[in-house]
Design a protein around this ligand. Structure first.
Ligand SMILES: [Zn+2]
Ligand SMILES: [Zn+2]
Length: 275
């Protein structure tokens, strides 16, 4: 079995990631306007009515902006924590269905299971997602101030991860943001830096992980080359040659296919049994 992932938008202009597998399709975050979401879904060859759910990680506009209008127009259920529903002021009565998703809980759509994992961010009960078809897993973590132990554990079992690589620390320090905002981003409930991601890739990446997507890069406080270099160097230090690295731009990514490699010993075993 396999998962297909496609980032439809990434960064402060709007985040959304499409995940297909196990007979279902879910959109993780809906931070683009409803019309833009439809355009990007259609350019991915996906009909908006074919989605099983839109799951919102937290209430910030770049993750939730289009959720209510998209859901109401296309009849797609919206999911999130009670904190997200309250803080985003999602109009429950206008939505076709709600999917309550509390940290630690799993919700299933056909054979696709989605687990919410709490993350440290300045929002009301924000979560990361781990999506699995029972065989292959994908972890989706943007907007978090530091890598909590629970999240690292959850990502360790994933075959693919999307993680924010929001800022280069020197660019943020020397950049144009007011100090209060810099403090917020740098703080334990802000965002992850390229260095944070490098530490995760060097020390915390699970053995089965073959795909890493860097997402939510700041336009003012990061450069794609800096994020890529930090991640590549970390993977090299960890001796992880087989990991495919993808940077999600403002318009997202192409499809990424995630399937588990056949363990090299399987063929050898069969050969042995022949003799
Ligand atoms: Zn964000
Ligand atoms: Zn946020």
């Amino acid at each position: 079995m396999s998962l297909r992932i496609r980032v439809l938008g990434s960064g402060s202009d709007g985040n959304a990631t499409l995940v297909e597998g196990g007979g279902a399709r879910v959109l993780l975050d809906a931070g683009l306007g409803p019309r833009q979401l439809v355009e990007r879904l259609e350019s991915a060859g996906v009909d908006p009515t074919a989605l099983d759910a839109v799951l919102v990680s937290h209430e910030h506009g770049d993750h939730s902006r289009g959720a209510a209008a998209f859901s109401a127009k296309w009849g797609v259920p919206v999911g999130g924590t009670a904190g997200t529903f309250a803080a985003a002021a999602l109009p429950r009565e206008k939505l076709p269905a709600l999917v309550a998703l509390e940290p630690g809980q799993v919700r299933s759509f056909a054979r696709l299971a989605v687990r919410a994992v709490p993350v440290p961010h300045d929002a009301a009960r924000p979560v990361a997602f781990v999506v699995t078809d029972g065989d292959v897993s994908f972890g989706h973590a943007t907007d978090l101030g530091h890598l909590s132990r629970g999240l690292v554990e959850a990502l360790r079992g994933c075959d693919a991860i999307l993680v924010e690589s929001n800022y280069d620390p020197a660019m943020l320090r020397d950049g144009p943001y007011p100090w209060s905002l810099k403090e917020r981003i740098l703080g334990p409930f802000g965002h992850l830096s390229n260095d944070d991601v490098a530490r995760l890739l060097e020390k915390g990446l699970g053995e089965s992980c073959r795909h890493v997507v860097l997402a939510h890069l700041s336009r003012k406080n990061n450069h794609a080359e800096l994020a890529r270099m930090a991640a590549e160097e970390a993977l090299a230090r960890a001796g992880r040659k087989g990991v495919q690295l993808t940077l999600a731009g403002v318009y997202g990514t192409d499809w990424i296919e995630v399937r588990r490699d056949v363990p090299p010993t399987a063929g050898a075993d069969r050969q042995l049994r022949l003799f």
